[in-house]
Design a protein around this ligand. Structure first.
Ligand code: GDP
Ligand code: ZN
Length: 448
């Protein structure tokens, strides 16, 4: 594990802009000078105290609630001070500057969470769940992230790790007694242990896969002539209760992509109408990203006005050929067609009306089916590709370990068990490296 840094860090923890309350958060091993300079004296631990926040001359920058959490009973495990002032950018900036003046360093994105992890307050999967909770774009995703944050995912992993450690101890004992008559690897206890571990791992893998889907969702490209009903379709898909979320959290505003939720699953839609040339650097970056997302899109939604069903295939030029197409004949309320979903070898055709909503559920179900999403899976926790990858490596190692059952190669089996253990340990952060850590925490927001 990496040694924690000890210097004091500070950041504005509330989002930019104006609001009722704005919070500056400070964490470090030694906050004494800051407490006396900004507050005269430290507030009582874990008690909200109304205070003046002082500048260098003893003048008042702002007044508000000061909260002091002495180590180790704090989010980061260090001494933490929170100043809850008025939520204006200038005030917050002044408070932050004052903290920097007093020796704090500006926190890197996610550095508070990173310290919480390094100080053993959270494991890595829980720390990632914080970011996932903040970034979640559907209710289901938020619930799943909350479960991970509460440690459900980690608890599954820990139970499995314990079982693997027991198995390994058992197998390693066989190495030491390999001269004896008893063939240890025929031992049914080992066989059963392996089988149970594989079952557990599969159950976790299934949930993690659903969890990752909830987090990442499905990406669709939408194409169609002007007035075919693209915007109407997106509105209809997103449903009554879930407004269109036009911004992808954590990234700069990206006009070519829209995110909506379809049956609890985030659906990211790339609008090909936006994929024109542009001189504007920000727009160009948006277009570059849209093209990148395009290559990994799960499907193309080609919207066609059912009254003019002539080929719209020219709209598909320039789109990657490998992406499956769903042809959507819209406006059936005007043609009298029945709502339907027809899947043939290489195309899926849906007849619907974005206006009346007829047939929209067919399309929703089709999208969920393509994603492999099973709505209502109990006890989902949020997971990331990184976790899935680790689970799959652990799985492969256990399958290999099973091959050595009944052979006299206890060492090889022990090695596979160790590999599985290491892979799972990467999820919670028991086995990790600085590179991975900085990649994970760099995607957090500042002040988190
Ligand atoms: P876009 O240019 O492809 O985004 O198309 P819009 O969604 O803006 O729709 C163009 C026009 O078609 C609007 O006047 C919509 O109200 C209308 N429209 C869209 N879908 C339907 C539909 O299913 N039935 C009917 N009758 N009109 C529709
Ligand atoms: Zn439109």
């Amino acid at each position: 594990m990496v040694a924690p840094e000890r210097d004091a860090i500070a950041a504005i923890a509330t989002p930019p802009g104006k609001g009722g309350v704005g919070i500056v958060r400070i964490s470090g091993a030694e906050l004494g000078p800051i407490l006396s300079a900004m507050l005269h004296r430290p507030p009582r631990p874990r008690c909200a105290e109304f205070r003046r926040f002082l500048d260098a001359d003893g003048g008042t920058i702002d007044s508000g609630i000061a909260l002091y959490f002495p180590a180790p009973r704090s989010f980061t495990g260090e001494n933490v001070l929170e100043l809850h002032g008025h939520g204006g950018p200038v005030i917050l900036d002044l408070l932050l500057r004052r903290a920097l003046q007093l020796g704090c360093r500006l926190a890197r994105p996610g550095e508070f969470s990173e310290r919480a992890y390094l100080n053993g307050k959270l494991d890595l999967a829980q720390a990632e769940a914080i970011a996932d909770l903040i970034d979640s774009s559907t209710t289901e995703a938020a619930r799943a992230a909350q479960r991970s944050l509460q440690g459900e995912f980690s608890a599954h992993i820990h139970r499995l790790l314990e079982r693997l450690i027991q198995l390994r101890t058992h197998v390693e004992a066989a190495i030491d007694f390999s001269d004896e008559d008893i063939d240890w690897l025929e031992d049914t206890a080992i066989g059963c242990g392996l089988a149970e571990s594989l079952d557990d791992l599969q159950a976790i893998e299934r949930k993690a896969h659903q969890g990752a889907l909830l987090r990442e969702g499905l990406t669709a490209v939408i194409a169609g002539r002007p007035n075919a009903g693209k915007s109407s379709l997106l509105n209809a898909l997103s449903g009554r209760d879930s407004a269109i979320v036009t911004e992808i959290p954590g990234t700069t505003r990206d006009i070519l992509r829209e995110s909506l939720q379809v049956g609890g699953l985030p659906l990211h839609v790339i609008d090909t109408a936006g994929l024109r040339d542009s001189e504007d650097p920000i727009e160009r970056e948006g277009i570059r990203r849209a093209h990148e997302a395009l290559d990994n899109a799960d499907c193309i939604l080609l919207v066609i006005d059912a009254r003019h069903p002539e080929a719209s295939d020219e709209l598909l030029t320039g789109l990657p050929e490998a992406i499956p197409i769903i042809r959507i004949f819209n406006k059936i309320d005007l043609t009298g067609d029945q709502a339907s979903l027809v899947t043939s070898q290489d195309t899926t055709t849906v007849h619907l009306s974005a206006q009346t909503g007829e047939g929209i559920d067919l399309l929703r179900q089709e999208l969920a089916r393509r994603a492999g999403y099973e709505r209502g899976t109990e006890g989902l926790f949020s997971a990331r590709r990184r976790h899935l990858d680790a689970i799959q490596r652990a799985h492969a190692a256990l399958v290999n370990a099973r091959l050595y059952l009944g052979t006299k190669t206890a060492e090889l089996m022990a090695e596979e068990l160790h590999a599985a253990q290491k892979a799972l340990g990467e999820i919670t952060g028991e086995f990790t490296n600085e590179d991975l850590l900085s990649r994970i925490f760099a995607s957090f927001c500042i002040g988190k």
